[in-house]
Write a protein that binds this ligand. Structure first.
Ligand code: PNS
Length: 159
């Protein structure tokens, strides 16, 4: 049983995230999407909301499970029988930080990290940019799933 994790903040999940999760689901027996509970970082959506959206947009995959975690990713991996982390790499700019985390996670607990190059259609995409563009009235349709688009507009209308 090959169980891997796609960790992140997912505030909110984008089509770039979904691309990586769906491709990982095609390669491994089980993919756990793990949402980081980060109390210090200001987020637009609560962890529950992020988990809800992820659950909705991945419901078509029989082998994808959504979880939340806090503390070290390697501890979450050990507690859940996960041997590898799967991450998307958008551009060279992602590489330095991702490599540092990958090497540290290996040093801490021999957890492997596998990098997948993102679909070039999404190589410019990030949750932060989506939030910023939507906040100022820009069009982010096609960059996030439709249910996320609706929730994004509803949340920004409240502010
Ligand atoms: O979507 P993000 O915010 O880029 O995801 C970053 C994440 C959650 C993968 C990373 O911050 C993480 O693994 N945090 C858990 C804490 C941890 O294990 N830190 C040490 C990393 S070497």
């Amino acid at each position: 049983m090959q169980r891997v994790v796609c960790p992140g903040s997912f505030d909110p999940v984008t089509n770039g995230h979904l691309d990586i999760v769906s491709r990982a689901a095609g390669l491994y027996d089980e993919v756990i999407v793990a949402v980081l509970i980060n109390v210090t970082k200001h987020s637009l959506f609560s962890v529950d909301e992020r988990v809800d959206m992820l659950t909705e947009v991945t419901k078509g995959y029989g082998n994808v499970r959504i979880e939340r975690f806090h503390g070290l990713l390697v501890d979450f991996c050990a507690a859940n029988g996960i041997t590898a982390v799967v991450k998307g790499l958008r551009a060279v700019s992602d590489f330095e930080y991702e490599m540092q985390m990958a090497q540290m996670n290996y040093r801490l607990a021999k957890i492997e990290t596998l990098f997948m190059t993102t679909n070039p259609l999404f190589s410019f995409l990030s949750s932060s940019l989506v939030k910023e563009i939507a906040k100022y009235g820009g069009d982010v349709s096609g960059l996030v799933p439709d249910i996320v688009l609706d929730r994004l507009h509803a949340r920004l209308a409240e502010e």
